[in-house]
Design a binder for this molecule. Structure first.
Ligand code: NOJ
Length: 575
């Protein structure tokens, strides 16, 4: 395939399209949404990447295979991402994270890498990647590359060599162990995807470890050559122009050297742990992972562009999470710049549980640590389905909360449209390995990965070919429809991001969590209160100047008392 130029199928208005000025929402006449979107923003001219883009801005997760296909093969590609940079820029995002774009046989859709330095041909070429990164920078958008250090594909040449004999050159790149006397696996570890984490390799008479599918053998981070290889990989991608890395399964890459059994789960453990019947004490979360992260941090800090590290830190212990930021010393931390806090999205959509996670996070994270929050990603049901039961009237309240938390907000593509999960894919057409059983209680991830609905063309404007997964129905919603509608979720999200920029205390100031009414979550920062009514009944709150409300008719008004219907919210400047 050739990916030389961005496509001409760009449906977005020209890059010069007018957009909302930061804070313009607040000043617009109440009840006149159109008035909010006419003022050009002089501060929004193309620019180089701003320092602190990841700290002050809103990031956006692109699932490239489902974003935009420009060559008709049914798979989204890098020129497709490049073609939609103007869309992302208008939305106001300052950085994107793309799930893996590296070569892979796709047993786990890119999370089984067969060449860490090559671009997957479905996505394009290294030249396309370089071009995308350069275009993103011109538009003031940073790019995070997804690096997968816990495991490779079973087709990676390292593993192919490792399987050739017990004393193959790359044998120790992986975790091999003898069977127990009765022939059973060396310990009790179970795969994150269900079943034992060990696969017998008859030709060489040992088991190998796989914390995910058997086609994803775990790397052995006790071998210094693995550590050297990943330094080369990080340098390669920074050389191509990325601004940082999202680190897959960050907490698990170093395993217990003695491969001790994990202890059993208890009734107090969270569902995911109970499902697997054991606490992953020795198979992940080892203290030695911090040596690797310190080494990576030193490496990126030496680079003139100062790429950042964002960890998929899948720990539910916030104390453990805080350690991934490393020691502060004189300046910023010594390990990750940001560590995903999955506790937030794992709560029910209720004021009490959400407030307590936010409060605990504020208490536990050290001052230098930048929290990062998200509502959805490619590994589970989207927030609109999971939290809101598909109820579109609740979408803006959830977005308001996300954007008003202290720290960085990460949107998943389509979150800005209020996109829910796509309908289930029949088993015969399923793409996700988890669709075919595995872990009970873990559903197929196909519905949250459906192609982005751009417009009402066939396949929602995603492809001219046959999409790899059925696209969302554009009659339900699409980018084009929401761009036309001055009262859409897309316009709301755009204005919300602009408000964050205009009033940085919204994401920067220390947070207080006053309880002003039952079932209402209030995030207070300085003079600003962000309220969301999760109570199911109307509530009355102290008034003030409404900077932005889920009911746009309230924008710019100054009521004595704020009335919020169920699921509605507002950012209010107190008097
Ligand atoms: C986490 C990724 O987000 C997920 O998609 C993948 O299946 C596992 N890691 C294994 O790499």
């Amino acid at each position: 395939m050739s990916h030389l130029r961005p496509p001409t199928r760009e449906t977005d208005p020209a890059a010069t399209a007018t957009r909302v000025r930061p804070g313009a929402s607040a000043a617009a006449p109440a009840g006149d949404p159109a008035a909010r979107t006419t003022a050009p923003d002089p501060a929004w001219a193309p620019e180089a990447l701003r320092p602190g883009w990841w700290r002050d801005g809103v990031l956006y997760q692109v699932y490239p295979r489902s974003f935009l296909d420009t060559d008709g093969d049914g798979h989204g590609d890098l020129p497709g991402v490049a073609a939609r940079l103007p869309y992302l820029r208008r939305l106001g995002v300052s950085g994107i994270w793309m799930t893996p774009i590296t070569a892979s046989p796709d047993a786990d859709w890119g999370y089984d890498v067969s060449d860490y330095l090559a671009v997957h041909p479905d996505f394009g070429t290294s030249e396309d990647a370089r071009e995308l990164f350069a275009q993103a920078h011109e538009q003031g958008v940073g790019v995070l590359h997804d690096v997968v250090p816990n495991h490779t594909s079973d087709r990676h040449p390292w593993f192919v060599d490792a399987c050739s004999s017990r004393d193959a050159r790359f044998r120790d790149f992986y975790v091999w162990a003898d069977a127990r006397p009765d022939g059973s696996p060396p310990n009790n570890w179970v795969s994150m995807f269900g079943g034992p984490a060990w696969r017998w390799h008859a030709p060489t008479g040992q088991y190998y470890l796989h914390n995910f599918t058997p086609r994803q053998p775990d790397l052995n981070w006790w071998d210094p050559r693995v550590r050297r290889a990943f330094r080369t990989i990080l340098r390669h991608w920074t050389g191509l122009g990325v601004d940082g890395f999202r680190i897959d399964v960050c907490q698990a890459i170093v395993k217990d050297r003695e491969l001790r059994d994990n202890p059993p789960a208890t009734a107090e453990d969270r569902t995911n742990v109970r499902l697997r019947g054991q606490r992953p004490v020795y198979s992940m979360n080892r203290p030695e992972v911090h040596d690797v992260l310190r080494d990576w941090r030193a490496l990126v800090d030496r680079h003139p562009r100062r790429p950042i590290l964002l960890g998929e830190t899948n720990t539910h212990d916030l104390q453990a999470l805080s350690r991934y930021y490393g020691a502060a010393g004189a300046g910023p931390g010594s390990e990750l710049h940001m560590a995903f806090n999955f506790r937030f999205m794992g709560q029910p959509y209720e004021a009490g549980p959400l407030r307590s996670i936010v409060a605990e996070t504020e208490r536990v994270l050290p001052a230098h640590a930048q929290p990062v929050w998200t509502l959805s990603n490619h590994d589970g049901s989207r927030y609109v389905t999971r939290w809101l039961g598909g109820d579109q009237r609740r979408v803006r309240g959830a977005l308001l909360l996300l954007m008003s938390l202290r720290g960085t907000a990460m949107l998943y593509y389509g979150d800005e449209l209020g996109l829910g999960d796509a309908p289930p894919v029949p088993l015969a057409d399923a793409r996700d390995p988890l669709a075919h059983g595995g872990l009970p209680g873990k559903d197929s991830r196909d519905p949250c990965r459906a192609p982005m609905p751009w417009d009402d063309a066939p396949h929602a404007g995603f492809t001219t070919g046959t999409p790899w997964l059925p696209a969302h129905d554009p009659r339900v919603t699409s980018v084009a429809a929401q761009e036309r509608d001055p009262d859409s979720h897309l316009r709301f999200t755009t204005d919300l991001i602009a408000l964050r920029r205009a009033r940085p205390e919204l994401h920067r100031a220390p947070m207080e969590l006053p309880v002003l009414a039952d079932g209402v979550l209030t995030l207070r920062r300085g003079p600003l209160d962000c309220h969301v009514n999760l109570s199911g009944t109307d509530v009355r709150l102290p008034g003030g100047h409404v900077l932005l409300a889920t009911d746009r008719a309230d924008d710019g008004t100054t009521p004595d008392a704020l009335r919020l219907a169920p699921w509605q919210g507002a950012v209010v400047e107190r008097r």
